[in-house]
Design a protein around this ligand. Sequence first.
Ligand SMILES: [Fe+2]
Ligand SMILES: [Fe+2]
Length: 196
Amino acid sequence: MNAIAKKLSPTITNMIRMDHTHVLETFHQYEIGTKPRVKQALVNTACVALEIHAQLEEEIFYPAMRTVSTDSAVLEKSYPEHDAMRTLIAQLRAMEPTDAEYDQTFMKLMRDVMHHVADEETTLLPDAERLLTDRLGELGAEMTKRRLQLAAPRAGEIAYNTVRGLPTTSMLVAAGAVLAGTYLVKRSSRRPFSFR
Ligand SMILES: [Fe+2]
Ligand SMILES: [Fe+2]
């Protein structure tokens, strides 16, 4: 990765925060009354994002923290916590969204994720910003590169889940925004009003 790409890449800590936000935003769209097809798409989106995120942290972030961190308790419990999430992800994949345990299993996964994210964001990320300082950008660039490698073979799956997970209202809002944009463009292309 060249120097410009390294400068443009977010720091590794901000990239981790963005991943957390993406998973939690996906979770916030999941309601008990949501259609099963949409529930499954939201769960799949969250699960793929978590799998890629966990692998990136294990390959790049956690090893970098190991080289500088003095208090490793949160770091060391992060690995088994990722494995526990993988177990719940496997259970969800083996279920149908109409199964009695589906909602509960996803809620358990998200509860665990929230605890894990809270530990990372209040302990590991501030430690990283104190201790890794000038390496944060370089590690962010490394994470971007590895993310592309991990996401490429799953691009079809990611796009399919994103579209299926869109609620009808979002599609209508998106269509409305396009129509409003067309109207504004047409309006702005008219001759401007003049006081002369
Ligand atoms: Fe993690
Ligand atoms: Fe994380």
